[in-house]
Design a binder for this molecule. Structure first.
Ligand code: ZN
Length: 305
């Protein structure tokens, strides 16, 4: 029983399972437009990006405890726990500080406000976005200097694929909520309180019933995001508005066996939303990497310890 519970609780923390993550990354990669670097549209690059979709879920084994422990909060954010914090700070350490202040002022379940309990989804996403943008900038500079770019191309492919994992997690509504695996709080509609819905939806249901071809046509040409951090937060907030829909669908048997047409429609649109946001972020990173970095500010002062 205990082993089964541990396995289940491990599984339920994954998002979209292997299939969903691979599909989302591949569908986005196949839509990389002609005004982005051609090497990203090679079959080998697309295959690598697709392979990397589930990569952070390969970092969750207890055999690599430090890794598992440090990166687990990256996969989710409980939007209910940050509703008082508007705007969200754009850096993770300021976010930590605000949460610790909130925790100190809270008497009931104060630990709910620990950063690792609230989740760090938008921060890891913007950090990898930053890595990708910096690598694109490096690529542009090497190209302009007529130097080899093969090495930076590898870095870009890795960052692009890694980024896809968290963006995909964000499209799964249950990664944005305290109701991530069973309804909590008042429950007049009698939604499931069992700890099963999360993995049932994103894992076996998707694997058995959805193919990439079912949603890739919904992914359009990329658009530049004017403010990536706030654009990404808006995406998470939108995903959060679908939390109750997941429970409604589950209640109607949407994710059992072959599921229902409503569940299929809902899930394909969520997968497509993940691919679209990922493609938009890649495109934005590429365009923004053309903006020269100003060298006229002095080196940062040492940070007080
Ligand atoms: Zn994840």
């Amino acid at each position: 029983m205990l082993v089964a519970l541990i396995l289940l609780s491990n599984q339920s923390a994954f998002a979209w399972g292997n299939e969903g993550h691979t599909y989302i990354n591949r569908a986005a990669a196949q839509k990389i437009p002609a005004d982005m670097p051609r090497f990203l549209r090679r079959v080998a690059a697309i295959n690598e990006i697709a392979y990397l979709g589930p990569e952070p879920d390969r970092w969750r084994s207890p055999t690599e405890f430090a890794l598992k422990n440090s990166q687990e909060p990256d996969h989710f954010i409980d939007m209910e726990r940050v509703s008082w914090l508007d705007p969200l700070p754009s850096g993770r350490y300021e976010f930590y500080r605000k949460l610790y202040e909130k925790r100190a002022a809270t008497t009931d379940h104060a630990d709910d406000y620990l950063p690792e309990h609230v989740g760090l989804q938008p921060y890891i996403t913007m950090e990898i976005y930053g890595r990708l943008k910096a690598a694109f900038r490096e690529y542009r500079q090497l190209q302009a200097a007529h130097k080899p770019t093969a090495a930076v191309q590898q870095a870009i492919i890795f960052y692009a694929g890694w980024l896809g994992h968290y963006v995909a997690d964000g499209s799964q509504p249950l990664h944005t909520t305290i109701k991530y695996n069973g309804w909590v709080g008042e429950n007049p509609n009698g939604y499931t309180t069992e700890h099963k819905i999360h993995w049932q939806f994103e894992g076996p249901y998707v694997a058995a019933n959805i193919k990439q071809a079912d949603f890739e046509g919904l992914v359009k040409n990329p658009e530049k995001i004017d403010d990536p951090f706030n654009g990404y937060l808006a995406y998470l907030r939108q995903s959060h508005t679908f939390v109750e829909d997941v429970y409604k669908l589950e209640k109607a048997g949407g994710f059992a066996g072959k599921g229902t047409p409503e569940a299929f429609d809902f899930t394909t649109h969520r997968l497509a939303a993940g691919s679209q946001m990922l493609l938009n972020l890649w495109y934005t990173a590429w365009l923004e990497s053309a903006v020269p970095v100003s060298n006229d500010h002095p080196p940062a002062a040492p940070v007080a310890k």
